[in-house]
Design a protein. Structure first.
Ligand code: CP
Length: 335
């Protein structure tokens, strides 16, 4: 594989390979000298047509910790505002010596177009496209899940002997993950459903019918409309709360139904629901959060929350992906 465009690009062994490579990267990040020489002399371009805090900064940190040069491009303030096309923008950046392009775009399919149009000839990494895919988010979520569930004894089957303390070689077989909320607009949900099922997890999607997409019955997941029922029936090892994407609702001309108050009452992770979860279950959110809507401050800031840790793990996961795609190595099946 030359590019990372979708969670579907990763089969089981490739996905575990990326997670294991990310563990190896994470092991280097506790050192005083965090930088590795791996991508010295290479240039990574971060091409962001849509706002981002976590993904943009963590791709930049990951590339720099691998000693790559980084060019950050933001559509705001660029010649895109004068009508310059994606093709011309990308070719301009390749002319400046890009060896890899990380792209976030509001249009679903833009990274695929960039990778397969012949406009540029370097690896393309999807940092989130429309409502379609966000594969590195799913990888960092799986990385976080694997670590926590291993530490709590939920994952016990190791495929590689003696690889302690990291859960190297293991997948998420037998675990239960409940993903809650605005699935309709969520590239995080789409990527996670694909990757988690590839890794053997049972996935449940919960949300109001108005925020679940047409065709969801064909996804490799159980669909429910009642969060309390899901917590009781599916005994989740993790609940992943999705951001309610009000900006995509208004751009589509749609309203927010149910109302924010009703949504929080029925689908928000509040204190009582937090306490109803299995004792070992963790609370996840990709960020940015709408506190008081899909998640209460009590849940977001609780000791069971992995939200800040997910951000930190994102650097190790993106280091792994950049290394595997740009170094020409074969580890993890990404080569
Ligand atoms: N989770 C995520 O993609 O966050 P950002 O939009 O801040 O990058």
């Amino acid at each position: 594989m030359r590019h990372l465009l979708s969670a579907a690009d990763l089969d089981h062994d490739a996905a575990v390979g990326v997670l294991d490579t990310a563990e190896a990267m994470a092991a280097t990040q506790g050192r005083t000298m965090k930088k590795l020489p791996t991508l010295r002399g290479r240039t990574v371009v971060n091409l962001f047509f849509e706002d981002s805090t976590r993904t943009r900064i963590s791709f930049e940190a990951a590339a720099k910790r691998l000693s790559a040069d980084v060019i950050n491009f933001s559509a705001k303030g660029s010649s895109v505002s004068k009508g310059e096309s994606l093709k011309d923008t990308a070719q301009t950046l390749q002319a400046m010596g890009a060896d890899g392009v990380v792209i976030r775009h509001q249009a679903s399919g833009a990274p695929h177009r960039l990778a397969h149009s012949g406009w540029i000839d370097v690896p393309v990494l999807n940092a989130g496209d429309g409502t379609h895919q966000h594969p590195t988010q799913a990888l960092l979520d799986a990385f976080t899940l694997r670590r926590h569930l291993h530490a709590r004894g939920v994952i016990t089957a190791w495929r590689v002997a003696g690889a302690t303390p990291a859960p190297t070689g293991s997948d998420l077989a037998g675990t239960s993950v409940v993903i809650v909320g605005d699935v309709l607009h969520s590239r995080v949900a789409r990527s996670n459903v694909q990757l988690l099922s590839t890794l053997g997890a049972r996935v449940t999607l919960v949300g109001p019918p108005t925020l679940l997409p047409v065709g969801i019955d064909g996804w490799p997941a159980t669909v429910r409309y009642d969060l309390d029922e899901a917590v009781e029936a599916d005994a989740p090892d993790a609940v992943m709360m999705l951001r309610v994407q009000r900006e995509r609702m208004s751009s589509a001309g749609g309203g927010f139904f149910p109302s924010p108050q009703e949504y929080h009452r029925r689908y928000g992770l509040d204190g009582p629901r937090l306490r109803a979860l299995p004792e070992h279950a963790i609370v996840m959110h990709p960020g940015p959060m709408n506190r008081g809507l899909e998640i209460s401050a009590e849940a977001a800031d609780s000791p069971r929350s992995t939200i800040v840790e997910q951000v930190a793990n994102g650097v190790s996961v993106r280091m792994a992906v950049l290394y595997l795609l740009l170094s020409g190595g074969t580890d993890g099946g990404i080569s």
